[in-house]
Ligand binder design. Structure first.
Ligand SMILES: Nc1ncnc2c1ncn2[C@@H]1O[C@H](COP(=O)(O)OP(=O)(O)O)[C@@H](O)[C@H]1O
Ligand SMILES: [Mg+2]
Length: 291
């Protein structure tokens, strides 16, 4: 599939952020995912429809096997739905080529996993740098960001430690720093505190809230009350269906949302688009993208 166009200059952004940022940062429409195992079909997701607003913390709770991880993987473009669509910003992610999707993902979405998923042969610093290497961030900028992130997670003295030299909670804090490395707009966290004690879980919840205050949209699969208490909305998912939605707080005001620094304005309509986007989902114009 060939849809790449080359760069030129970038237009000046209009100052009114309500116009250029979309309040619904994620829109899932009729998402279904079926797995075929022999003659048996598992409906991991069954026609799920919802919007996530920019700057929210949204928790999906539900029993094991309910479909939470499947949902996060599909939103993050790691897996594809059998039916339905995911829009992130103005982009229908199924329209992205594989290459565009990986650029889009690296710059727009950070993942936090239940088992931390750190690379065991890399130090804490190197693990945090890893997504920046994928995004080809210049080395001095990487080093500066790693230092800041280590301070944020309170592990400035532990940057050269390997994962096995860190406690579970410390490993998860490194996992969080890594998720935030490229300053993504969206964080997907799959049961981030499931293996942690209460005190450490509270640290993780506090870090998520702090990042949320900086404008990140955070989606968490969790049963943990420490996380649920921080949510704007909580969805319950059962057998692949959303069975309840509870609003705990108003979503942040769109005017308060910063324009993500790695987004580029559409050359035609000036709506802001994440990295990797090659055609504007709002006006349909092919983008001239930054090299
Ligand atoms: N790769 C797969 N192949 C077959 N079935 C799967 C696969 N991944 C998940 N499932 C099934 O889909 C359902 C939802 O799984 P999952 O999304 O992991 O739930 P949760 O994260 O809520 O525990 C389960 O029944 C699970 O067994
Ligand atoms: Mg799961």
């Amino acid at each position: 599939m060939e849809e790449d166009t080359k760069i030129t200059e970038i237009t000046e952004a209009p100052s009114d952020s309500t116009y250029i940022l979309k309040p619904e940062i994620i829109q899932c429409n009729n998402l279904s995912k079926e797995y075929e195992i022999g003659d048996f079909i598992v409906k991991a997701l069954d026609s799920v429809t919802f919007d996530i607003y920019r700057g929210e913390i949204v928790v999906f709770q539900g029993a094991s096997g309910a479909g939470k991880s499947t949902l996060l993987s599909i939103i993050g473009g790691l897996d594809t739905p059998t039916d339905g669509s995911v829009m992130i910003e103005w982009v229908r992610i199924s329209d992205l080529s594989e290459e565009s999707m990986s650029i889009f993902r690296v710059g727009t979405i950070g993942f936090i996993f239940q088992n931390y998923n750190l690379i065991s042969s890399l130090t804490a610093e190197e693990n945090i740098s890893f997504p920046m290497q994928l995004a080809q961030v210049e080395i001095p900028i990487q080093e500066g960001r790693v230092k800041k992130l280590l301070e944020k997670i309170g592990l400035q003295e532990r940057g050269e430690h390997l994962p096995f030299q860190l406690s579970a909670g410390e490993q998860q804090r490194v996992g969080i720093a890594r998720a935030f490395a490229n300053n993504p707009s969206i964080i997907l966290a799959d049961e981030p505190t499931a293996n942690l004690d209460k005190k450490t879980s509270q640290q993780i919840a506090d870090l998520l809230v702090e990042m949320n205050k900086e404008g990140k949209t955070i989606i968490v699969a969790s049963h943990d009350d420490l996380i649920i208490n921080q949510a704007h909305r909580v969805f319950t998912i059962e057998d692949g269906k959303i069975t309840s939605e509870k609003k705990l707080k108003d979503p942040p005001k769109i005017e308060d949302s910063p324009i993500p620094e790695n987004y580029l304005p559409c050359q035609n309509c000036e709506r802001y688009l994440p990295p990797g986007t090659k055609s504007c989902g709002f006006c349909g114009v092919i983008q001239l993208v930054k090299e």
